[in-house]
Design a protein around this ligand. Structure first.
Ligand code: NAD
Length: 468
């Protein structure tokens, strides 16, 4: 039995079976989640389709409901945060911040304008461009920020007049199921349905005939499968996929000043952030100083069970990911990289890995070329800025990047040359609800957030009224 219920047609629903959820701080199964059957997926899709008829009609009612949803999440933050920490691993304070942040996103969309643009008003015609909802949205999320990333989809999808069937990752279904319980108390039945199950459930959703739109956040390989599954039915797709974000330190940077912020940009959520700094390019002259400043920071932070007071970084979220990080570090070390800090797992139960700074490493090493998605950061030396920019761009990823220096205009000029969706100067992972977020190349298709993210949940309709 599971203590957690799915939300279908406004009701709490158990499933014929359950699956275990592991606490990454102990490596032990600590809860059961409902394993949604195909019949239940059909029921969820039908509930969403039925609710769409009414929900699409009244924009004012939708705004009020979204605001109520935001407030309900704010009110439930203390209840949801420990659930999130136990399944995801992040420190309790970060978990609470994630829930509150998710509420902030819902509130932003509750208040965002849904424009009607008049493009012609003359003797011949009155022509408007109007944004219409699509219908049912299938929303699929990963395990790093389950609640926050759900709300990046729910807010704009619901404001636009769509209804949603949401599926979290099987590694972290619990806080999202709880969020479903909270939201079903304030939203009309069927407007949001939350189901949980193993990976095939995601594939069933993308192939299902009901949804008109898939909003997916996850890895590049799965994103490609989602795009392929959507194609035969011409479902609309937004894909927020992986990143391998470069940070370029310029020769006028102050190593001590940048190291702190660079470290935060790389290690927040234990490096398990799509837009984390995943490789750092540093000019020869500053190289040793930047490596040492990052390594000192890595040695000083407290890693542990996210439920314990003072812990800054939790475990890696799951065993395959933990093994992958260990493998990529070992591969780099075998190729001559030097761990200036960390370089090994932490003994004991759970998936804990020492915050790792890898020096004397370069492109052509897996940890530089691939997305490590964990607490290990390669620092690469460069002698020519042009070469560093070329290497930063020499990848199929293009989510975000950053440039660090004292001359901010010069840094901004270099940032503008990065081939990525967001280019930051002297900061990284500075995300906000009004700022569109998406990737170039394999890092995504479409964007989330801001009016641009909202438009992704709409179809354009031309409403043409002749005057004669
Ligand atoms: P993943 O691709 O393995 O899984 C993501 C989701 O897809 C899960 O819910 C999973 O159950 C589901 N899924 C699996 N197979 C499916 C299929 N065939 N069809 C439909 N759904 C399927 O990703 P993950 O390991 O959970 O998350 C980590 C990845 O997500 C990283 O690459 C990270 O960079 C990326 N990410 C991107 C963003 C962004 O906004 N760009 C944000 C967070 C994470």
């Amino acid at each position: 039995m599971s203590d957690f219920t799915m939300t279908i047609a406004g009701e709490g629903v158990t499933a014929p079976g359950t699956f275990g959820v592991i606490n990454p701080a102990t490596g032990e199964e600590h809860a059961q989640a409902p394993n949604c059957s195909r019949e239940q997926l059909d029921e969820a899709m039908k509930a969403a389709a039925d609710a769409f008829t009414e929900w699409r009609r009244d924009e004012k009612a939708r705004r009020e409901a979204l605001l109520a949803a935001a407030n309900a999440l704010f009110g439930a933050a203390d209840e949801l945060a420990p659930v999130l920490t136990a399944e995801q691993g992040k420190p309790l304070a970060d978990a609470k911040m994630e829930i509150i942040g998710a509420g902030v996103w819902l509130k932003y969309f509750a208040e965002l304008e849904l424009p009607r643009e008049v493009i012609q008003d003359d003797d011949h015609a009155f022509v408007e461009v109007v944004r219409r909802p699509m219908g049912v949205v299938a929303a699929i999320t990963p395990w790093n920020f389950p609640v926050m990333l759900s709300c990046w989809k729910l807010g704009p999808a619901l404001l636009a007049g769509n209804t949603v069937v949401l599926k979290p990752s099987p590694y972290t279904p619990l806080a999202t199921l709880k969020m479903g319980e909270v939201l079903r108390a304030v939203l009309p039945p069927g407007v949001i349905n939350v189901i949980s199950g193993a990976d095939p459930l995601g594939a069933w959703m993308t192939e299902h005939p009901v949804p008109r739109k898939i909003s997916f956040t996850g890895s590049v390989p799965t994103g490609k499968k989602v795009a392929a599954a959507a194609a035969p039915d011409l479902k609309r797709v937004t894909l927020e996929l992986g990143g391998n974000d470069p940070a370029i330190v310029l020769d006028d940077a102050d190593p001590a000043a940048v190291a702190d912020r660079l470290f935060d940009g790389a290690f927040y959520n234990n490096g398990q952030t799509c837009a984390a700094v995943k490789r750092v390019y540093v000019p020869e002259r500053l190289y040793d100083d930047v490596v040492e400043a990052l390594a000192a920071k890595a040695r000083s932070v407290k890693v542990g069970n996210g439920m314990e007071e003072g812990v800054q970084y939790g475990p890696v979220q799951n065993k395959p990911q933990f093994e992958r990080v260990a493998e990529l570090v070992a591969d780099a070390v075998a190729a001559g990289a030097r761990p200036a800090a960390g370089g090994a797992p932490i003994d004991g139960p759970g998936y804990f890995y020492r915050p790792t700074i890898l020096a004397d490493v370069s492109d052509g090493t897996r940890i530089v070329d691939e997305e490590q998605f964990g607490p290990a950061l390669p620092v690469i030396k460069y002698s020519s800025l042009e070469d560093a920019i070329a290497r930063a761009n020499g990848t199929n990823f293009g989510l975000s990047g950053s440039v660090w220096g004292t001359d901010v205009d010069r840094a901004a000029e270099v940032a503008g040359r990065l081939e990525c969706g967001t280019a930051w100067v002297n900061t990284h992972v500075a995300l906000a609800p009004h700022q569109p977020f998406g990737g170039f190349k394999w890092s995504g298709l479409g964007v989330e957030n801001g009016p641009w993210g909202l438009y992704g949940f709409t179809e354009l309709q031309v409403l043409h009224r002749p005057k004669k």
